[in-house]
Structure formats: structure tokens, C-alpha cells
Design a protein around this ligand. Structure first.
Ligand SMILES: [Ca+2]
Ligand SMILES: [Ca+2]
Length: 294
């Protein structure tokens, strides 16, 4: 009798364990299926972005904040969840890789612009030269506030300067004394694009416009933003008397680099995909994708 009872109890325990394992397996498979599906939807958002950018290239020669790509974020309900996608012009931001030229040497005009941007945002302008040192090919710290290997190897844990272009603005978090709070202030105004891109003054926000010249005060920048309105500037005339001729050469009214942010939520799977798109002619191709971090 006792043996029989023990056997029944044992079978019951085994059954419960088996059910538990099975439901875990099912859950695991569901999670895998959901994340596959979520990735598939995120890549679908890239097709949506490509389509909206292709239509834009066909219908307009400039890029400004009143256009469909800038105003028409999308929430798409999909089976088991939703996906939200929106586009931003990355050429409306200061390109950190422009701090050095194609040969890996300092670009003084870009440095002056970056230092003004840091000042406008009330951040330490010394970060300018430190960022140049991070990017430039030489190992000589800039004066008076540079930082090369000796600065970083003294840290715990030690590391070395990249001495190369960066692929993400988040690399700033490794440079100089940049902390997370300062980075959050700076992040919306900077980007890491290939070296030598122009700034699109039709999408640049007021602090970035201010960085173009000492002559562009807070008021002047706000006036420029008001003047371009929903239609954008048709030419660069508004800037001729405000910026140096060298800076003028780096200004544009259109863009080739856009970033898609796709927030995906399917079942218990949630992630954000950032996709940097380069538009060339009508086609936009992904240059870089990152997940959950810009
Ligand atoms: Ca356009
Ligand atoms: Ca260097």
C-alpha cells in the first residue's frame, strides 16, 4: 500500500516536472519565433523608409522638416504587436568625423564649429580638441587640451585612442571626461557620418545653426528657423553675410543620410532598431544597423 502511494506521488511529481519543462520549451520557442518575427518587421520598416525617401527624391530637390519623411512617423499594427517607425535627417547634425580631413589631420574650421556648439550647450569646449585627438592619426596631444594614449592608458581599465573615424556618436562616452549627463545634452546635435559631409541648414536645429558663426546669436538662429518655416530655404542667401566663405562651402539644402528608428513590440519581445540609410539617386541602402543603442 505504502509503495503504491509512493509510486503515485512519484508519478505525480514527474508529471508536474514534465509539464513545467514542456511549457518552458513552448515559451522558449514562442520567444524565438517572436524575435524572428520582430526582426522581420523591423526590416520591413526599412522598406517603408526607402519608399518614402524615394518618393521624396522624385518630388523635391531640397530636404526640409515640412516634408513627408520628416512628419509622417508611422505606427503599424501587426499581428501580436505594433511597430513604430520614424526618420530623421542625420545631415542636420554636426558630423564628428569632419573634425579631421581625409588624411586624418585636424580640420580647424570644423573644430571651431564644434567648440561653439559645446559652448552653446554649456558643455566643456575642451572636449573639442580631445575629440580631434581621438580621431586624428597622430599620437601628439593637441594644445592646450588634447588627449592621446597617455591620457587613456592611465585609466582603470586602460584603453587607447582610436586614431580613426568613429562609427557611432556614442564613442564620445570614451573620449576625455565626457559623462552620461553631458552626452545626453550633446547627442541630439551630433552624428558620425563618413568624413566630408555637408550640413543641411534646412533641418539643422538652432544650436547647430549657432555653431556656424560667432555672428549667429540665439536670436539670429531663431529668426533663421522662423524664416525657413515649413518649406525650407530655396537657396543659401540667408547665410552669406553671416558665415565665413569656408563654412559656406560646407552648407547644403538637401541630405543623403537619414536614420530610421524602428520600435518593435511583439508579444514579450521589444527592441529598437536604428538604421542609418544612405540615399543615392532614388535608392536608400542601410549603411549601419544597431539594436537598442544609437
Ligand atoms: Ca526632399
Ligand atoms: Ca590621435
Amino acid at each position: 500500500m505504502l509503495t503504491a502511494l509512493l509510486l503515485v506521488a512519484l508519478v505525480a511529481i514527474l508529471t508536474v516536472n514534465l509539464q513545467w519543462d514542456t511549457s518552458l520549451d513552448i515559451r522558449r520557442s514562442e520567444n524565438l519565433f517572436e524575435s524572428d518575427q520582430a526582426l522581420y518587421y523591423a526590416l520591413g520598416a526599412e522598406s517603408w523608409a526607402n519608399e518614402i525617401l524615394r518618393t521624396d527624391a522624385r518630388d523635391s530637390s531640397t530636404d526640409h522638416t515640412g516634408e513627408d519623411w520628416a512628419t509622417k512617423g508611422r505606427i503599424l499594427p501587426v499581428e501580436g504587436g505594433a511597430i513604430r517607425g520614424f526618420l530623421e535627417d542625420m545631415q542636420g547634425r554636426f558630423n564628428l568625423n569632419n573634425l579631421v580631413d581625409g588624411n586624418g589631420r585636424i580640420d580647424e574650421i570644423s573644430l571651431a564649429q564644434f567648440e561653439r556648439l559645446l559652448n552653446v550647450l554649456q558643455l566643456d569646449p575642451a572636449l573639442g580638441r580631445m575629440t580631434v585627438d581621438w580621431l586624428d592619426h597622430d599620437l601628439e596631444p593637441g594644445f592646450p587640451s588634447g588627449a592621446e594614449d597617455s591620457f587613456y592608458t592611465a585609466r582603470n581599465p586602460p584603453y587607447r585612442a582610436a586614431n580613426l573615424s568613429i562609427t557611432s556618436a556614442t564613442e564620445l562616452l570614451s573620449i576625455g571626461d565626457m559623462d552620461a549627463a553631458s552626452f545626453r545634452i550633446l547627442a541630439p546635435y551630433v552624428t558620425a557620418l563618413p568624413n566630408g559631409t555637408a550640413l543641411n541648414v534646412n533641418t539643422a536645429r538652432a544650436p547647430v545653426l549657432r555653431s556656424l558663426s560667432e555672428q549667429i546669436s540665439d536670436n539670429v538662429a531663431e529668426n533663421l528657423v522662423g524664416e525657413r518655416g515649413d518649406q525650407g530655404f530655396e537657396d543659401l542667401a540667408a547665410f552669406t553675410d553671416l558665415v565665413e566663405p569656408e563654412v559656406m562651402q560646407s552648407l547644403e539644402l538637401s541630405s543623403s543620410f537619414f536614420r530610421l528608428t524602428a520600435d518593435v513590440s511583439i508579444g514579450s519581445t521589444r527592441f529598437t532598431m536604428y538604421s542609418l540609410l544612405e540615399r543615392n539617386g532614388g535608392q536608400s541602402l542601410p549603411v549601419m544597423r544597431t539594436f537598442n543603442s544609437e
